[in-house]
Design a protein around this ligand. Structure first.
Ligand code: SF4
Length: 232
C-alpha cells in the first residue's frame, strides 16, 4: 500500500526503542489477544459510521439491508434509508454521510474491482466529505481498504503522551509515523496495532488513566504517566 502521504519524521519526544516496541506489542497481545482478522471492505465503513446500538430491539427486518452494498444504499431514498437504519438499531442521521461515502466508494471501483491503491486526490475527496473527520477518513482507509494509513485518535495521543513517546505539539504525520514505525518494528499489521490502541484507550487510558492492570503499565516512565496540559 502506498505510504506516500507520510513525512518520515520522528516524534520530538523520546522515540520508542525497538526492543520496547516489541515488548509492548507482546504485552498487548498477551492481554488482548489477536482477534480474527478484521473484515475489510464496504461493511466496515457502515460499522464505523453507523454501528449498531447495543441493548435495543431490532424493530423490523429488511433483507437485504440497503447498506450492504454501496449501489443499493445510493439507490435508496434518504428518508427510507434513515428509517431502515433506525429499524436496525443504527443512527438514521448517518444516512446522508453514508450516501456520500457510497458515492466515493463507487468512484474507487473500476470494472467491478475496488481500487485499494489510494492516490492523494481520492484521499482528499474522502476527507472533504462533510461529517467525516480526518481520523475517520484514515480509519476507513486502514480498516476498509487495508491502506497503511494510521488514524490518530484520542487513545493514541493519550498513550503516546503519557508514556513520553510523543508530545502533544507533534503534528499528525509525526504521530502516524510513530504508529507505523512501531508496527513495522514488531512486525505487525498496522490495523492490529491500532485495534489494540483503541482497546487500551477504551478500557484503561481514558481521560483519567487506570494504569493498574493495563498491559502497558510496565512501559511507563519513572514517576508514572505524564499528563501534558490539554491531553484529557
Ligand atoms: S499504563 Fe496508564 S498511561 Fe499507560 S496506557 Fe495504560 S492507562 Fe494509559
Amino acid at each position: 500500500m502506498s505510504v506516500g502521504f507520510y513525512r518520515q519524521t520522528p516524534l520530538r519526544a523520546n522515540e520508542m526503542k525497538e526492543s520496547e516496541q516489541r515488548q509492548a506489542a507482546a504485552a498487548l497481545e498477551s492481554e488482548l489477544g489477536r482477534p480474527p482478522r478484521a473484515v475489510t471492505g464496504w461493511p466496515i465503513v457502515v460499522e464505523l459510521i453507523a454501528p449498531r446500538r447495543k441493548g435495543t430491539a431490532v424493530n423490523a427486518v429488511v433483507s437485504p439491508h440497503p447498506w450492504e452494498k454501496p449501489e443499493l444504499l445510493n439507490a435508496t431514498p434518504r428518508a427510507q434509508l434513515s428509517e431502515q437504519l433506525e429499524n436496525d438499531r443504527r443512527s438514521g442521521k448517518q444516512a446522508a454521510v453514508l450516501q456520500k461515502l457510497a458515492e466515493w466508494w463507487l468512484n474507487q471501483t473500476r470494472d467491478g474491482h475496488l481500487r485499494r491503491q489510494l492516490d492523494e486526490r481520492s484521499l482528499r475527496k474522502l476527507r472533504e466529505i462533510p461529517g467525516i473527520s480526518w481520523e475517520m477518513a484514515d480509519r476507513i482507509c486502514l480498516f476498509a481498504l487495508g491502506a497503511a494509513i494510521a488514524p490518530v485518535g484520542r487513545a493514541a495521543l493519550r498513550i503516546g503522551c503519557r508514556h513520553g513517546w510523543g508530545e502533544l505539539e507533534s503534528d499528525r504525520e509525526e504521530w502516524q509515523h510513530w504508529l507505523q514505525q512501531w508496527a513495522a518494528a514488531v512486525p505487525l499489521e498496522l490495523s492490529q496495532l491500532v485495534a489494540w490502541i483503541d482497546q487500551v484507550g477504551e478500557r484503561w487510558c481514558g481521560p483519567r488513566p487506570k494504569c493498574d492492570g493495563c498491559p502497558l503499565s510496565a512501559f511507563l516512565p519513572p514517576g508514572g504517566p505524564r499528563e501534558p496540559e490539554g491531553s484529557g
